[in-house]
Design a protein around this ligand. Structure first.
Ligand code: TLP
Length: 344
């Protein structure tokens, strides 16, 4: 994949030489015994950044979300979530298989839900119904095109959740992007959620790893389920070191990814038949519709590949592009030239 400009996802980044050096030099121990100093340091750092009592290192964002769902619920409970969310669509049906929950899916605006629509969907206390237990939000919202949850909306949803005795989980796989784009600190967002999952292996460029953060009691429960799900890792300090490096060096630079995404959107808007509103590109994800062009999303992905650019068909007529650490402003201009050829 070396010569391709890879815009399929921000998960494709490779560790930088400096990150690899930090990994090679990491002090390690057996983390299942709680003895890996680098993992412990990462967990403390993330708990601090998110303003939570504790955090736990897990292999993936999917596991972080699913452990959170498992830890908040009992089988038969209902989880309110946006219909285009990651946990509902892209986690292999894990909510049903691993936690025995059912999702109640609501239609958000670019993935963003309102407290009022959630309130209407909370089940009454009646034995006919599942027990509504948890609300899941996603910030930034992947399928929503990297959309950012307005802080006030999160606060309102939190107030609703607390008044109804519900838990709130935040899928913050790209919370770092939301924070850099708005200047709102990760902990200001996190304060409105009982649990938060964050990823190190997306825009931050680490090769592996996510964390769940929350109260000590909650993280203790997550820890037990991590063992059960087979997510206990041993000398994981080698990958945790990449995460620490990423948190120290790769957050501020997300700004460049956001500028590159905006440039892509503005450039794409010029092509006949492409539906995109650059105003909607708030972070590093660009989603556009090709229904009015002569190509489907898959045909476009194939044609772009021939031009040396990898893109993601996100549906029959939808294409997703994601900017990241391994894509430069120059690559974006090259990608736009390739689109020009393909659209011609
Ligand atoms: N998203 C991936 C794909 O699964 C779609 C991507 O390329 O964007 N939450 C959100 C909001 C995510 O976007 C993802 C990954 C996850 C959770 C899951 O993370 P991993 O892949 O580490 O399990």
């Amino acid at each position: 994949m070396k010569d391709f400009i890879d815009l399929r996802s921000d998960t494709v980044t490779k560790p930088t030489p400096a990150m690899r050096k930090a990994m090679a030099e990491a002090e390690v121990g057996d983390d299942v015994f709680g003895e890996d100093p680098t993992v412990n340091a990462l967990q403390e750092k993330v708990a601090h950044v998110l303003g939570k009592e504790a955090a736990l290192f897990v292999p993936s964002g999917t596991m972080a979300n699913q452990l959170s769902i498992k830890s908040h619920t009992e089988p038969g409970d209902e989880v309110i979530i946006d219909a285009s969310s990651h946990p509902y669509n892209f986690e292999g049906g894990a909510g049903a298989a691993l936690s025995g929950i059912q999702f109640q899916c609501l239609k958000g605006s670019r993935g963003i839900l309102d407290a009022s629509q959630i309130e209407e969907s909370i089940r009454p206390a009646d034995h006919h119904f599942a027990i509504t237990r948890l609300i899941c939000l996603e910030n930034t919202h992947n399928r929503g095109g990297g959309s950012i949850y307005p802080l006030e909306k999160m606060a309102e949803i939190n107030r609703l959740a607390k008044s109804k005795g519900l838990f709130l989980h935040l899928d913050g796989a790209r919370l770092w992007n939301a924070s850099v784009a708005t200047g709102i600190k990760p902990q200001e967002y996190a304060q409105w959620a009982d649990s938060v999952s964050v990823c190190l292996s997306k825009g931050l460029g680490a090769p592996v790893g996510s964390l769940v953060a929350g109260s000590k009691g909650f993280i203790d429960r997550v820890h037990r389920f991590r063992k059960m799900f087979g997510g206990g890792m041993r000398q994981a300090g080698i990958i945790a070191a990449a995460g620490i490096y990423a948190l120290d060096h790769h957050i501020e630079r997300l700004r460049e990814d956001h500028q590159n995404a905006k440039r892509l959107a503005v450039g794409l808007k010029e092509f006949k038949g492409v539906s995109i509103d650059p105003k909607h590109v708030e972070t590093n994800i660009v989603i556009f519709d090709v229904a009015n062009t002569r190509l489907t999303a898959i045909q476009m992905a194939e044609a772009m590949k021939k031009e040396g650019v990898l893109i993601h068909a996100f549906g029959k007529m939808q294409v997703r592009l994601v900017t990241h650490l391994d894509v430069t402003a120059e690559d974006i201009e090259k990608a736009l030239k390739a689109f020009k050829k393909v659209f011609r």
